[in-house]
Design a protein around this ligand. Structure first.
Ligand SMILES: [Zn+2]
Ligand SMILES: [Zn+2]
Length: 272
């Protein structure tokens, strides 16, 4: 099937995205790629939740204090201007794992104000103490903890999808090694619970640049995608665009959908 949505788009309101990450540019991409639904998901840490201080990650997680609701909401008038026939836009966010509270960086009241919410368990470069990078099993366990804490959180009913599951962002070594340390049955227990909660599994094309369909199918994350499907998870696709360039290889979304044999019912309803 052809994937006609992208529910993981950053604009330049995310400080890690560049100046080409504009709504206008993305609308042009959507027309070129035949996308009908675009979900904008800038980084977000709710100002009602204390930001971890003196965090041990060495990463500027405190930068999240610069993402109050009023900052993200600057996108709303821009989205309201989009009147292109056949293209629907959605106002979302990408939250964080809140390690000190073993929860998610958004309150229920604020979660209600978004059309959709992505939750990554794999922003370990920001949320994980650096001593857990080694041995690799600790890194894997941390991602499981973040994922399981999300499922247990009262906010979980507002979570639309788990963003790039287990794709350990900016790991200081080949992150693909980590998938191989996770046996099928451990993934299955997690994905059964995900499916039961109605939370979608995101397939993120950010690490598929330059890959052939064979390389994608033989790649380490593909086994995980298959297991998620077997467990009855629904899927949401996203480019994780941070610039004008990220859609150059978005055809990979449809390639993965075909390799997995996905049909309409496998796609989360909001994205159909
Ligand atoms: Zn992310
Ligand atoms: Zn993202």
């Amino acid at each position: 099937m052809k994937i006609t949505h992208d529910f993981h788009i950053h604009t330049s309101l995310s400080y890690c995205a560049n100046e080409t990450a504009t709504v206008d540019n993305y609308i042009e991409h959507a027309k070129r790629l035949g996308l009908k639904k675009l979900g904008f998901a800038n980084h977000f840490w709710d100002e009602n939740i204390a930001i971890p201080e003196n965090n041990e990650t060495g990463y500027e997680i405190t930068g999240y204090k610069y993402y109050p609701q009023s900052h993200l909401a600057k996108l709303k008038p821009e989205l309201q201007k989009v009147k292109d026939a056949g293209i629907q836009v959605f106002y979302g966010c990408e939250v964080e794992y809140d390690l000190p509270h073993r929860g998610v960086s958004i309150t229920e009241a604020v979660a209600e104000t978004f059309d959709f919410i992505l939750m990554p368990n794999s922003h370990t470069h920001m949320t994980m103490p650096t001593e857990l990078y080694h041995p690799y099993e600790k890194h894997v366990d941390f991602m499981f903890q973040a994922y399981e804490d999300t499922l247990k959180s009262p906010v979980s009913r507002y979570i639309t999808a788990m963003a790039h599951p287990f794709m350990a962002v900016c790991a200081p070594y080949d992150r693909d090694l980590l998938y191989g340390l996770i046996p099928d049955d451990r993934f299955r227990r997690l994905f059964d619970a995900t499916a039961k909660k109605g939370i979608a599994f995101e397939i993120n094309t950010a690490d598929m640049e330059g890959k052939t369909p064979e390389e994608i199918e033989d790649g380490p994350s593909f086994r995980m995608f298959r297991l998620a499907k077997e467990c009855g998870c629904q899927f949401l696709f996203g480019s994780d665009a941070h610039s004008n360039l990220s859609h150059n290889f978005y055809e990979n979304a449809s390639i993965v959908a075909n390799l997995l044999g996905l049909t309409e019912k496998d796609i989360l309803e909001i994205a159909r």
